[in-house]
Design a protein around this ligand. Structure first.
Ligand code: KG4
Ligand code: ZN
Length: 352
């Protein structure tokens, strides 16, 4: 089975072709990504209109490149998948319409993939990962803890009530005059700084429900920066180190709460999977390793290009769904919001 996956929900345009191996797991035949970082850099964040235009400009070429890299044609595919949300609607529509058009033209199944589900399932691409597991999704757009019980079977244990953790890194980088996206810059500065210099808040510490909050922490960093301005390079490094330490403490505490809820509602947890661009942060990865070691959990962190937004994860989620006989029809509309689980879905429709 071979599936093309298209991703356009944020600021990466991506197309990939993945083959299901007979022994399970996937082989990536092509993985093309075009990042729009340069377009958004001057604004310090993603500008939706610019993103949509950039997706349109490159998507056709990118898909052609994916076919060339994979050495196959449209007719060789068994399905075409696109991320149908959640995300910036202008971009989602472009990937979704492209996938529908290809599926119609080639008379192939079309699969509308939830971008969060794709993050949740990617770790299974390399094989050897069974359900259930705990997913920590930490990206620029999302911060969630999810119990992954099966394909299409998710329980959202907690999520951020305000900023995503990557978003906090980006905003702090902006305040401190560092580059965009902020994560790698803040991490680099933090290496040189003193994590104990600033006494920053650890939001949500001790709360039973494994939710997250990063807006207060971000504000605290900004206020400290304003208080001691003008900033020396040592001040910037100390602020970054103190911020990163607060993030690490918060994540560990929220994970402890998440594990408790997982135990109550799903059963014993053996594996934790991390996804999202923030997983690229070495200090955070080390902290997660420590956490999992202490909690007796196996930690699975997919290679960083698979943690950030990519086409492979959409193609793989397409394969997982298609294997179960799941596909969608052409009426499937793009969804700016699309909670992963039934409870979130009910809340979204005002029923809970
Ligand atoms: O998953 P991703 O590529 O895109 C989405 O947001 O969906 O994640 C991007 C986020 C950005 O907020 C970026 O600052 C953050 O991941 N990030 C990092 C690091 N590298 C990327 N955050 C902390 N440390 C890093 N090294
Ligand atoms: Zn993502």
């Amino acid at each position: 089975m071979r599936v093309l996956g298209i991703e356009t929900t944020c600021d990466e345009t991506a197309a990939a072709i993945v083959r299901l191996k007979p022994e399970g797991g996937g082989e990536v035949l092509a993985d093309e990504v075009m990042s729009q970082i340069a377009e958004h850099q001057t604004y310090g964040g993603v500008v939706p209109e610019l993103a949509a235009r950039a997706h349109i400009e490159v998507i056709d070429r990118l898909i052609v490149r994916a076919f060339e890299a994979a050495g196959c044609r449209l007719a060789d595919l068994d399905g075409i998948a696109a991320a149908a949300g959640p995300g910036l609607i202008g971009g989602v529509v472009i990937g979704l319409t492209t996938a529908k058009a290809l599926a119609l033209a080639a008379r192939k199944p079309f699969i509308a993939v939830n971008h969060l589900e794709a993050h949740a399932l990617t770790a299974r691409l390399s094989g050897g990962l069974d359900f259930p597991y705990l997913l920590l999704l930490v990206s620029g757009g999302h911060t969630q803890l999810v119990a992954v019980k099966g394909v299409g079977n998710y329980l959202r244990l907690g999520a951020t009530v305000d900023d995503a953790v990557g978003e906090a890194f980006d905003k702090i980088a902006k305040v401190l005059g560092l580059g965009y996206p902020g994560g790698p810059f803040v991490e680099r500065e933090a290496l040189k700084g003193n994590p104990a210099r600033f006494d920053l808040p650890r939001p949500m510490l001790g709360r039973e429900k494994p939710d997250f909050s990063f807006s207060g922490l971000k504000t605290a960093v900004r206020l400290e920066a304003e208080r001691i301005a003008p900033l020396t390079s040592a001040d910037v490094a100390d602020l970054c180190a103190s911020f990163q330490a607060a993030v690490i403490d918060t994540l560990a505490d929220r994970l402890r709460a998440g594990l408790r809820v997982f135990g109550d509602r799903v059963g014993p947890c053996q594996t934790m999977v991390v996804a999202g661009g923030v997983a690229a942060n070495n200090a955070i990865r080390r902290a997660l390793m420590r956490f999992c070691g202490e909690a007796g959990l196996r930690l699975v962190v997919p290679p960083i290009p698979l943690c950030t937004d990519n086409g492979t994860m959409i193609a793989w989620a397409g394969i997982e769904r298609l294997t179960l006989g799941l596909s969608d029809d052409m009426t499937f509309a793009a969804r700016p919001r699309w909670p992963l689980d039934a409870e979130g879905e009910a809340a979204h429709h005002g029923k809970a």
